[in-house]
Design a protein around this ligand. Structure first.
Ligand code: SF4
Length: 254
């Protein structure tokens, strides 16, 4: 039995019999999610370095704000590691203002550019094994686990799983990750990544599908009645039975 940590409208604690759940392997759940989403050109860019820059700029903001900043950087020919590393911070801050936190992000962008230049360029970095590249990325000022994995996945086309907030909430609601691990980025990534190592699942498509699903269906208050995964999702099944969102605990924590 799985305790869902909340009560229905009558105050009764919701408990789900996980034995009654049709088992669906992680890979099949991911494949079904990708099939359900029209993912096209999720991370548009004209160069690999532009992806790296976008990964910094998108921290704590929407992509639409990032696009404006990238357009301005492109207009000034700063989407180049050497030129970006030599830019005056004050000039950079003006160009990226639309992405917010411009002084912080300007410093991070220049650290990123310096790292690329000092490492011998993007081709030299691309020759590194994924684990080594992740270690090197995490040494760069302003790059944490999620940004590093976004860069690995979209900038260097490595098979890594981006265990962002949407992914962790989805995996927990699906019963694929223990609730105690919902906030643990690396635990979720390290669970999913090896499980999909031999699959044909495209990690870029999977990330895009999870974000689309998290924004449109598996939201703060999930629209389980409209979800294609309801029949195999513990939370979806409970909503179907009780007509209540079973996961107010998760909702409050987000
Ligand atoms: S059934 Fe509900 S909780 Fe489960 S994945 Fe779908 S929207 Fe999310």
């Amino acid at each position: 039995m799985k305790r869902l940590g909340c009560r229905n409208n009558d105050g009764k604690e919701l408990v789900f019999d996980t034995n009654s759940l049709p088992s669906l392997p992680l890979e099949a759940a991911c494949a079904r999610l990708i099939e359900s989403c029209a993912v096209e050109n999720w991370w548009p860019s004209q160069s690999r370095f532009e992806v790296l820059v976008g990964a910094i700029l998108v921290q704590n903001t929407r992509w639409t704000n990032v696009e404006k900043a990238i357009d301005r950087l492109r207009d000034h020919q700063y989407l180049d590691p050497v030129r970006l590393s030599r830019t005056q911070p004050a000039d950079l801050q003006i160009l990226i203002r639309s992405a917010g936190c411009q002084s912080v992000k300007a410093r991070r962008l220049q650290s990123l550019a310096n790292w690329v230049v000092d490492s011998g360029g993007l081709e030299a970095l691309d020759a590194l094994a994924t684990l080594q590249l992740r270690v090197e990325l995490l040494k760069v000022h302003g790059i944490g686990e999620e940004t590093a994995d976004a860069i690995l996945c979209f900038g260097f086309a490595r098979r890594v799983f981006i265990a962002d907030q949407y992914a962790r909430v989805w995996l927990t609601r699906m019963g694929l990750v223990a609730e105690s691990e919902t906030r643990n980025y690396s635990a979720c990534r390290d669970l999913v990544e090896p499980a999909l190592a031999a699959s044909t699942i495209c990690m870029q498509d999977l990330h895009a599908a999870i974000v689309i699903h998290g924004q449109s269906i598996c939201r703060r208050e999930p629209k389980c009645s409209k979800c294609i995964l309801t029949a195999i999702c513990p939370h979806g099944l409970v909503v179907g039975k009780h007509g209540a969102c079973p996961d107010q605990t998760l909702v409050r924590k987000r």
